[in-house]
Design a protein around this ligand. Sequence first.
Ligand code: ADP
Length: 652
Amino acid sequence: MGRKNKTNGSFDNPGYARLSSRYKLLESLMDSAPDVIYFKDKNGRLIMVNQAHARGLGLTPEEVIGKTDFDIFPRARAERMRKDDLQVIKTGKPIIDKIERATRPDGVDNYVSTTKIPRFDKKGKIIGIIGITRDITRRIHLDQVVQQKEVTEKKIHDLEELNKMKSELITVVSHELRTPLAIVNEAVNLVYEGIPGVINHRQKEILDKAQANLQRLKRMIDELLDLSRIEGRDFKLRYSLVNFNDLLGASLDFFKRAAAEKKIELSCDLPKKQVNIFLDFERINQVVYNLLNNAVKYTEEGGRISVEVKILENKLRVGVIDSGIGIAKEDLNKIFNKFVQVSRIPQFRQKGVGLGLSIVKELIEKHEGEIWVESKPGVGSKFYFTLPFFYTLRELNKNSQDKVNRLLEKNIPLYLINILVVNYRIFRKMTRISPQEFFSGLREIISRSANRAGGKLKSEIVFMDDKFGECSIIFPRAHAGQVSEFCDKFKKGVTDFIKQKNLQDVFINIGVVAYSPEGKLKQAQGLPVNLHISKIYIGSEVRRFRRMEYKANIDILLPGKIKDPSEVIDISEGGICLASSRQLKTDSRVRLDLKLPSGRQLSAVPARVAWIRVVDTLRYTEGQSYKIGLEFIRLDSAQKKVISGFIRSRAA
Ligand code: ADP
């Protein structure tokens, strides 16, 4: 570059030959810089430019030399540049880091930072300028994102404060309303009963209406107070170990009468297995009550309501399905919001307050579950919710259940550790160890590890099943540090046991051990709870229950040959979880085209929609998005092999 023009500007001096090696150095330095660098003479003529400058203009350096900004840029911009050049030349003072918005010749908008310094000859006379221009578009965008983030964070904080104030206001006002309301109610009752004097039929009719509305007002206030309590910071779930079929049974008995009055057929599809699950009995009862109440309320005479319970991989799913009036598509997103009543049919309007579903959603999410709805006007609605479910619990005998519940009732913090030997049958065959021998070894390791864990950990095996390879231990009053120490000791104990019994070919891995750090016996939402559950997997195969994070694009093949590109979040041998902008139908069957990072491709893998989490999308994207749990249906052995191979490679 520029060398054949070395007669130009300050480089045309007799000492050039001597300087040529230094000049070469400068030239290669300039050319390797990503910034635009140029030398101009006093008249604004470019006498030397680097590769980056020429490249940006779509020219070669030779083509740029000799030109002025007026030959290259639009007039207005060239004038601005010339003005800056002249300022430097006249004042002898540099312009440093001047940030400007510019449009590149290819039409792309960007930001540049320009520094211009004067060039002097040997006598100190200004003979031109040296300019450096840097593309700082990314930096500016990053700054903008940071600024935007700060603004958004402040907005969220303000909104949270406002929300808190609003909740407090609601609590105070509702509370204050209760007393006068009770007095008015009492007065109406007295008059109705004819105590201050006999009233006629017409007057009774009027008071009937007043009473109904007073009841509605009371319900509204009660629900408002309840919702603000649930949303409040001090709200706590009170877990106990509950037999889910019993919980549902009681609710169903209650609603059978209400349904029968409307000639609605109410049926229930419960799993044959006992389902013991940790939940807040009162609150889940409230959820079931609300959903069934709505189902009865919004179903016309002669309709049908069914309740179904399904055990998913690690969740329990409950569906309340009715053949009622249904909900319009555009209203589906709204119904979990406060004070929303969407019914367009006059006789179904005004029947409620519009708070029931907000309470339901809040309660399910506090239990770390999902809730979603599918509906069609005139056909009916399907409300589903899930609750996390731990496999060993269903087998707990009554005594152990009572023991656990007594501790929970007293609000004693509790750790529960579930140990599962994965693929137990195969494991037993391969190890040729008798279940009795294995489990008595395990029992010993547990008690030894507990004894040695930080200041002796009080532990109790509440469940041990040598037929299925499952075991549950509780640690009352333990703290996280102790539990984590227990897990480490247990892991080592099992490893030693394996060596001792010469089982090294079989055992490879002790799977996930999760414990929350000290003082954070909290659920995901930061909710204080009195229960924490960890899981340990033993065995050569950790696949089935282990979910591996795995980000990739995936095509869901929907019925009717529709392809829906989505994004996988994680994968296990049982299924995958993905993010989608489309809400799929619960239990619908889809096929998946999966491309694993290893390059292996699986096409048309059959799967079933097991659960859906509605994700409130942030303000900058439109609509809602969904996290969808898909369970694989009967993979063939080749498909199984590819997926488990992938998971095993990740686990390793
Ligand atoms: P409400 O007290 O009005 O029943 P909810 O929060 O329980 O309040 O429900 C909000 C709205 O959602 C209802 O007003 C109704 O329009 C609609 N809705 C709820 N459940 C059903 C259902 N099973 N069928 C049809 N519409 C329903």
